[in-house]
Design a protein. Structure first.
Length: 381
C-alpha cells in the first residue's frame, strides 16, 4: 500500500487530538468535525498512531520525500490473509466514507474486488501488473535519492553471508537511464528491456525462480516456508552437497581456465555419490539450491545484457525481499561473468513498485502533471 502525506503532517496531529478527546467521551464541535472532513486525513492520522506490534506497519525507513510533490510518499505492508478483517475495520471506523475508487494491481485486485464493493462500496481500479511495476520502478529511479545499491568485493563463503561491501549507487542521469535490463524474480523469472518510462519488452525469462527454490526445498527437506528456507540457507554449507572443481582436479583447481578449487562444478553433484562422508542437512540443501538458482540467473542476466548492448542490470521481485544472501550471490555472478564491467543493482523499495506504479498512473506523475491532477480519463468522465 502506498499513500501520500503533505509536508506539515497536520492530519496526524488532528487525529491524535481527536482520538484523545473521543476516548474521554468529549463532544466535537461542528468546526472540529469540518477540519477533519474527508477520509485521507483520518487514515493518515491513524496509521501514524500504529504501534510497532501492529500487523499493518508503515516502514519509516522507506519514506520517500519528493520535493516536486510537496510531501512524502509512505509505504505500508500487511498480510493479505487479513483482508477480511481489514475491510471490516475500515467499515467500522468509516474510513471509506469519501472514497469511491482505489487503484490496485496484482491478483488481489481481482480476488478482493467483490469484497470491497459489497462491504465498502469501493471500486478497485485494476492496473496491469507489469505496467504498474515499470511505472513504479521508473519513478523511484528518477525521484528517490539513494534508491539503488549493490555489493562489491563479494567473497562467497561456505556458510553465512560471506564478505562484501554494500554500496549505495548515485541516482542515474535521467538522460542516460535507458536502456536498461530488469530481471524480475518471482515464482518464475521475466527479463525485460526498458527503453522509456512506459516502453518495455520481455526479451527472455526462465521457469527457474523463487517458486523453484521453495518447491525443491519442500521436496528435499523439512523446510516448509520461504522464511524458513531463507534463514536455513544462511546457516547451511553448500559444499556438503555441491561438487567443486577441487573435488575433481584437486586443490590447485583448473588452472587452464582460471577456475579456483572452490568453484562449483556441479550443483548437488555430491548428492549422487554412493557413500556420503557427511550426509547433507536441510540447511545445506537450502544453501545449495539458493546458489544454484542465483548463479544461473546471474549468468542469464549477463548474457541478455550483452545481447541488447547495455551494462545496466537491475534486479527486482519478491524473491529478493529481505534476502541479502541472494543479492550478494547475484552481485558476485554478474561481476564474475562480466569481468567487473557490470554490476547487479538492487532497490530499497523492492516489493512496492506495483502499488507505487498505480499511484503514479492515477496522477500522471511521470508525465509532468501536477500532483493530484486528474488523468485524462478522469477528466472525460
Amino acid at each position: 500500500m502506498v499513500y501520500f502525506q503533505s509536508m506539515d503532517g497536520a492530519a496526524a496531529i488532528q487525529w491524535r487530538q481527536l482520538e484523545h478527546r473521543r476516548n474521554r467521551s468529549e463532544a466535537l464541535t461542528a468546526n472540529e468535525q469540518r477540519r477533519v472532513e474527508g477520509s485521507l486525513p483520518l487514515i493518515d492520522g491513524f496509521i501514524m498512531s500504529l504501534c510497532a506490534t501492529d500487523e499493518a506497519q508503515r516502514d519509516e525507513q522507506l519514506e520517500m520525500f519528493v520535493p516536486e510533490l510537496g510531501g512524502s510518499i509512505h509505504f505500508i505492508n500487511f498480510p493479505t490473509a487479513k483482508m477480511d478483517e481489514m475491510t471490516e475495520f475500515v467499515r467500522r471506523r468509516f474510513f471509506h466514507r469519501y472514497i469511491k475508487k482505489i487503484a490496485c494491481t496484482g491478483g488481489g485486485a481481482f480476488k478482493f474486488s467483490p469484497l470491497f464493493e459489497s462491504r465498502l462500496g469501493i471500486e478497485l481500479e485494476k492496473a496491469d501488473e507489469m505496467d504498474a511495476l515499470i511505472r513504479g520502478l521508473n519513478f523511484v529511479l528518477q525521484y528517490a535519492p539513494d534508491e539503488c545499491y549493490t555489493f562489491i568485493n563479494v567473497i562467497p563463503d561456505t556458510h553465512g553471508l560471506g564478505s562484501a561491501t554494500k554500496t549505495i549507487l548515485p541516482k542515474p542521469d535521467k538522460h542516460k537511464l535507458y536502456p536498461f535490463l530488469l530481471v524480475n524474480i518471482g515464482s518464475g523469472v521475466s527479463i525485460l528491456k526498458i527503453t522509456g518510462e512506459s516502453q518495455y519488452e520481455r526479451i527472455s525469462g526462465t521457469s527457474l525462480g523463487g517458486g523453484t527454490f521453495l518447491g525443491l526445498c519442500r521436496a528435499l527437506s523439512k523446510l516448509r516456508t520461504f522464511d524458513e528456507a531463507m534463514d536455513a540457507s544462511v546457516e547451511g554449507d553448500s559444499y556438503t552437497v555441491d561438487m567443486t572443481v577441487g573435488d575433481i582436479y584437486g586443490p590447485s583447481g583448473y588452472e587452464q581456465f582460471h577456475l579456483n578449487s572452490d568453484t562449483v562444478a556441479s550443483s548437488f553433484g555430491k548428492a549422487g555419490a554412493r557413500h556420503l562422508l557427511h550426509p547433507p542437512r536441510d540447511v545445506d540443501v537450502a544453501r545449495s539450491l539458493l546458489f544454484m538458482i542465483t548463479q544461473n540467473l546471474g549468468q542469464l542476466a549477463f548474457l541478455n545484457a550483452r545481447r541488447v548492448e547495455t551494462k545496466q542490470i537491475y534486479f527486482s521481485g519478491n524473491f529478493l525481499r529481505r534476502n541479502e544472501l541472494a543479492c550478494r550471490q547475484l552481485a558476485y555472478a554478474i561481476g564474475f561473468w562480466s569481468k567487473g564491467e557490470m554490476q547487479a543493482q538492487f532497490f530499497h523499495h523492492e516489493g512496492f513498485f506495483g502499488a507505487l506504479g498505480t499511484f503514479v498512473q492515477r496522477f500522471n506523475l511521470l508525465s509532468g502533471a501536477p500532483a493530484g491532477s486528474e488523468t485524462k480519463e478522469e477528466q472525460e468522465k
